[in-house]
Design a protein around this ligand. Structure first.
Ligand SMILES: Nc1ncnc2c1ncn2[C@@H]1O[C@H](COP(=O)(O)OP(=O)(O)OP(=O)(O)O)[C@@H](O)[C@H]1O
Length: 192
């Protein structure tokens, strides 16, 4: 099912962030949400995820039981290892070999046993990405997943994201104009 948002409005105090906003995110395809800082990209994702409530409008088609996310801030369990953070979402189904292989593919092998609080910003980002990818979701929502990564690591993470999200609904927020092409996005939402 496509994810459809219709006539959304959202204000914070006197600031109107979304006004009568509508869009359709195609099922099993990648959509990039592109826009300047502060235009409301994260707010829209939060409404789709059910973290924020819109003042008006409607969201439909979100598979809430099969949804995973990379949040703007990593939202990891600081005292657990990278591996344990990833395992948390798997309901016991993710094998150690799969976690090891995926972590290696995003150049994160050295973080396997380390508590997340000891990891760099870019490493934490990759733990959050791997966690979302291994969660066996139908729909994955990512808020700037490549933030803070050097070019080579970015290319590696991009490859892994594309491999795992093939045939799934992927929604990616970015303010990098190159990323819709890099992700091979089928749809582009440019926010004003
Ligand atoms: N909980 C909140 N309370 C008050 N204002 C908020 C809140 N969340 C967001 N805003 C404001 O709403 C506007 C849109 O924020 P949002 O985080 O959705 O933008 P964004 O496009 O994701 O920005 P960025 O690219 O910098 O992450 C900003 O002006 C922000 O300050």
């Amino acid at each position: 099912m496509d994810i459809i948002v219709e006539h959304l409005s959202k204000s914070y105090n006197n600031l109107q962030v979304l006004r009568d906003f509508s869009f359709r995110f195609p099922e099993k395809k990648t959509t990039c949400i592109l826009g300047e800082s502060g235009c409301g990209k994260t707010t829209l994702l939060h409404i789709i995820l059910g973290i924020e409530k819109a003042d008006a409008g409607k969201v439909s088609g979100v598979p809430y039981g099969r949804l995973s996310a990379v949040f703007q801030e990593d939202r990891l369990c600081e005292n657990l290892s990278a591996e344990a953070n990833i395992r948390l979402v798997g309901k016991g189904r993710i094998g150690e070999a799969q976690i090891r292989d995926t972590m290696e593919a995003v150049r994160l092998s050295e973080a396997f046993h380390k508590p997340v609080r000891e990891l760099s910003g870019g490493m934490r980002r990759r733990v959050a990405v791997v966690r979302a990818l291994l969660a066996d979701a139908e729909c994955i929502v990512m808020d700037e997943p490549l933030k803070g990564l050097d070019e080579e690591t970015k290319a590696a993470v991009l490859r892994v994201i594309k491999e795992y999200t093939e045939g799934k609904t992927l929604i990616v927020v970015t303010h990098d104009k190159e990323e819709p092409r890099l992700f091979g996005a089928a749809a582009l939402l440019e926010m004003p």
